[in-house]
Design a protein around this ligand. Structure first.
Ligand SMILES: Cc1ncc(COP(=O)(O)O)c(C=O)c1O
Length: 380
């Protein structure tokens, strides 16, 4: 028996990787499962993106290794996108690094900046990958509380009381996943000042800013952000291109250079056609965002009804592609979602997947058609 590395003893298989096997098994037994668990967009990408991808297959060099930094045209288009959509100026030469999805950026940033024993501030609740990757690097997650009382924003007084001497990175993500909470200008100013004061790299993971959100924000718009912040962004949710694996990292030249040092040793560039398609997606007009959000808006109305029928409560002033709902008092998240799966064949995510502060909450995804959500309502 060949022993696996010690680092694997610190992390479990990803919740969805396990749970979706169970859901697939139930389906194979003939159960008509409605999946409201995972945030994998079911809508089509922009038509221009797919047609350009197809057309690009015959281009010269289309099947060769590509540049580690992506095509210059892709970086230019990311710079245009940031300028147009967030009012942020970035140098396409030095401040942008295309990624194979933003998830890989979490690993690359951690590899670039963490040593074993370092500490990392991780939101509870939050995207589970921040803590998992931290552990794989043999650094330690230090969970910071987010609660409904503070609209899921961190309490900086509590953070200041911590021993921050070993903390190198703080992960933030607004619009927040899983709660959909939006951040304020005051929060961005505070978190940047906090990072500068304690020499902590602030990483804003920002894949949901265009979903059900009137005012998309990049942390890079705030004063001094380039001194201590990196932002991750993605085409997965904004353009329904999750399987294409296109994301990006933006930040100052030194940060980009450090991450590129890791990344260029791990992959050999993004497929040319995918880059060409991504360029077209980034060029989409306002109409794209309006029509995408009108679909999510209608779905969300129905999910709110489903949540009400399940005796849950929720905040309507949220963004992103999930509805975060509070269970009636004393109900446990996993028991509740297991019961709904068993009784109604509806898969919903228990809030505890995102940390202990998710206890008492469940998360519905908006990545299912209105018909399916109506069917779920009928079953309940
Ligand atoms: C908060 C958050 N960050 C990052 C990701 C990863 O997205 P990508 O497809 O760009 O890797 C997800 C995906 O669900 C997410 O919810």
């Amino acid at each position: 028996m060949i022993e696996v590395a010690n680092r694997l003893k610190n992390v479990e298989e990803y919740y969805f990787s396990k749970k979706l096997r169970e859901v697939a098994f139930l389906k194979s037994q003939g159960k008509p499962i409605i999946n409201l668990g995972i945030g994998s967009p079911d809508l089509e990408p922009p038509i221009k993106a797919t047609s350009v991808l197809q057309d690009s297959l015959a281009d010269e060099g289309a099947h060769k290794y590509q540049s580690y930094q992506g095509l210059p045209e892709l970086r230019d288009e990311i710079a245009n996108f940031y300028k147009k959509r967030y009012k942020v100026n970035l140098s396409s030469q030095t401040e942008i690094l295309p990624l194979l999805g933003s998830k890989e950026g979490i690993m690359h940033i951690s590899m670039a900046f963490l040593n074993p024993g370092d500490e990392v501030l991780v939101p509870n609740p939050g995207y589970p990958t921040y803590a998992a990757v931290t552990k794989l690097i043999e650094a330690s997650p230090v969970y910071y509380d987010l609660t409904e009382d503070t609209n899921w924003l961190p309490d900086f007084i509590a953070l200041e009381r911590l021993d921050l001497s070993k903390v190198k990175i703080m992960w933030i993500s607004y619009p927040h996943m899983p709660t959909g909470a939006k951040a304020t200008n005051k929060f961005y100013d505070e978190v940047i000042a906090f990072g500068k004061r304690h020499n902590i790299l602030i990483v804003n993971d920002n894949p949901y800013s265009f979903i059900l959100n009137d005012k998309p924000i990049s942390i890079m718009r705030y004063r001094n952000a380039k001194d201590v912040c990196i932002e991750l962004n993605s085409l997965s949710k904004t353009f329904n291109m999750a399987g294409w694996r296109v994301g990006m990292l933006v930040g100052n030249y030194d940060f980009v250079k450090a991450v590129l040092q890791v990344k260029s040793n791990m992959d050999s560039g993004m497929f040319y056609g995918v880059q060409k398609g991504a360029i077209e997606a980034l060029k989409c007009s306002d109409l794209w965002f309006v029509s995408l959000n009108s679909v999510y808006q209608q779905r969300r109305e129905l999910i709110w009804k489903l949540a009400t029928d399940l005796n849950c409560t929720y905040d309507k002033d949220t963004s992103g592609m999930f509805v975060w709902a509070k269970l009636p008092p004393h109900l446990k998240s996993e028991e509740f979602t297991d019961l709904v799966l068993k009784e109604h064949s509806i898969f919903i995510t228990p809030g505890t997947v995102f940390g202990s502060n998710g206890e008492g909450y469940i998360r519905f995804s908006l990545c299912a058609s209105e018909e399916l959500i109506e069917e779920a309502i009928a079953r309940v």
